[in-house]
Design a protein around this ligand. Sequence first.
Ligand SMILES: *[C@@H]1O[C@H](CO)[C@@H](O)[C@H](O)[C@H]1NC(C)=O
Ligand SMILES: *[C@@H]1O[C@H](CO)[C@@H](O)[C@H](O)[C@H]1NC(C)=O
Ligand SMILES: *[C@@H]1O[C@H](CO)[C@@H](O)[C@H](O)[C@H]1NC(C)=O
Ligand SMILES: *[C@@H]1O[C@H](CO)[C@@H](O)[C@H](O)[C@H]1NC(C)=O
Length: 643
Amino acid sequence: MLTGILLLSLFSFFNDHAVRAASEQMVGIDANLGLDRGAAAAGDPFWLESIKHRGSSAYNPDPTYQVFRNVKDFGAKGDGVTDDTAAINLAISYGDRCGGGAKACNSSTITPALVYFPKGVYLVSAPVIAYYYTQLIGDARSPPTLLASDNFEGMAVIDADPYIPGGDGAQWYGNTNNFFRSVRNFVIDVRRVPPERPQGTGIHWQVAQATSLINIVFEMSIVPGTAHQGIWMENGSGGFIGDLVFNGGKYGMWVGNQQFTVRNVTINNADTAILNHWNWGWTFQGVTINNCKIGFDLLQGVGAVAIVDAVVRDTPTFIRSAAAADATLAGSLVLNNIHIKNVPTVVADGNGTSILSGGARGVIKSWGQGNVYSGTSPAGEFTQGSIAAARKPSMLLDSAGRVFGKTHPQYEEHSVHQFVSVKDYGARGDGATDDTAAIQSFLRRFGGRRILFFDAGTYIVTSTVTIPAGTRMVGEAWSVIAGKGKAFADQENPQVVVKVGEKYSCGVVEITDMIFSTVGPAPGAIVVEWNVREPYGQQGAAGMWDSHIRLGGASGTELELANCPPRAPDTEPCMAAFLALHLTHGSTAYLEGTWVWLADHDLDGDGVSQISIYSGRGILSESEGPVWMVGTACEPDSLCAKL
Ligand SMILES: *[C@@H]1O[C@H](CO)[C@@H](O)[C@H](O)[C@H]1NC(C)=O
Ligand SMILES: *[C@@H]1O[C@H](CO)[C@@H](O)[C@H](O)[C@H]1NC(C)=O
Ligand SMILES: *[C@@H]1O[C@H](CO)[C@@H](O)[C@H](O)[C@H]1NC(C)=O
Ligand SMILES: *[C@@H]1O[C@H](CO)[C@@H](O)[C@H](O)[C@H]1NC(C)=O
């Protein structure tokens, strides 16, 4: 139901704005932050386990609603013997959350949860059901194992959108509206499930925007004829997955989606590493394939696939695609910087006939398949062969010449004593109190010195708050900072809600698991102004991961169905922002899994009713680079992106 989506794939950056500014104007050079003095001791758990838990949901009618849940507090044993399915699902569902079944719920922003798994082996015999607005996070220092029992029944070990039994294909959540989910730091082991049973599937991940899978190892059978699968995704509307390893199985991933980004995945010993059954646009950045029969199977008619920076070893066929004779089946495909070792066939058709042969060793710099258009003629000519390589400015590449990538920081090496919590310093996060002064003094006092923990909540600010260069800021199940009031009322004189670094400042900034927003009307709000630039030689030091700009459509925003029904004649009360994200001149940014969304429907209420709210602009980039936007998107503004 979401139309007009503009996906900023990494190709957006292959343009000439990515030229390092000649003048290195630097203010506030990043000190070493002293963080190295606070390393966790060898036996310590992940800081997230032991930090004080006082996250809350500002607009939940139950003031005792609990955001953080440790599965062991709900009876899970993690001993590899006890069946922990019920305890884990209780930890997830506890507190009248948004789930299917008897009490159907399409979406909700008022029941967020961070479900934490200490190290251990959790035996499960049925799916762990990942409710809407849930982060499932394992101990990043010692990732827990979810072990499927030999009698496992169900679609997958983790199921993000269950089918309702006897529901004639009906599911808990709408596939293109299944937002706000993340799963991190697990080993998912299905090897006890008999190999011929496709129930041996790791994750059913049928999701949409603002979703991620990070740092997961999938262990599957390597018996010939195995039916095991790592990820199963029939469709959906976008998201990001990265830093995954798949061992064994029939398919590492069997996936289809409107648009999606994958970064840094390794698939070992699968029959088919990746089966892509349909899409509008899919970017695979940094793929390693070892000892599979087929690398990518694209025979089922895909829309547009870009595979950038792959290493393929000991695999008879890298790509299975349609023959030129079947041009209607053969979607657009771009291969860029593909290194092969012992890959006899790089591209074959469905009959096994070679389209591009390989060999013992080689590099495919650039190869494409699809329609080539000339002038204004709508008639494309189908082409399969070498194409001119995209120009990739070196500032975007790592030392090996691959597009640079940086994993979502989790600070697993750091002791809990390195963290300070904003709720310890006077901020309430209750969606009502003006937290401007508390947040500003917290940022000034600790930015660059400690890791700043924003406990779950909605923090209202009534004038600009500045996140200084040097700040590491961590949210909890998407903590919200929202601008409200007079300061953001004048579109002739727009004001910044959250300023990231002063103009031309330089230093580390890492923002994770946050949402930046407004309470309407806010026609003069520039929601995020990003000024900071990475220190010379520290690629990706200024960035944001799994953090979003969400405008309206959620409780407390006053840009909801009651205030802003579709096409209400009075548009003034429904102005959400002047501009969502401004990357200023002199800034650099690494944005991974960032969704800039002007809501087209209300996530609370029935979860489907359309609303009409307005924002002047989406993303404005005046940066001269480098800017990486990985799995990052903006919708539905017609002025979504100006780069
Ligand atoms: C998504 O996939 C399921 C299973 O194949 C199918 O039943 C459903 O119609 C699909 N939905 C959309 C919107 O394509
Ligand atoms: C890629 O993923 C692996 C394994 O998950 C991880 O160890 C590595 O640091 C990641 N590399 C990058 C560049 O993100
Ligand atoms: C197999 O080869 C035939 C004859 O060249 C061709 O028409 C057909 O498209 C090929 N099939 C596939 C699935 O590639
Ligand atoms: C969920 O959405 C469907 C339409 O897709 C609607 O019929 C239903 O009423 C909604 N459920 C709830 C609980 O609001």
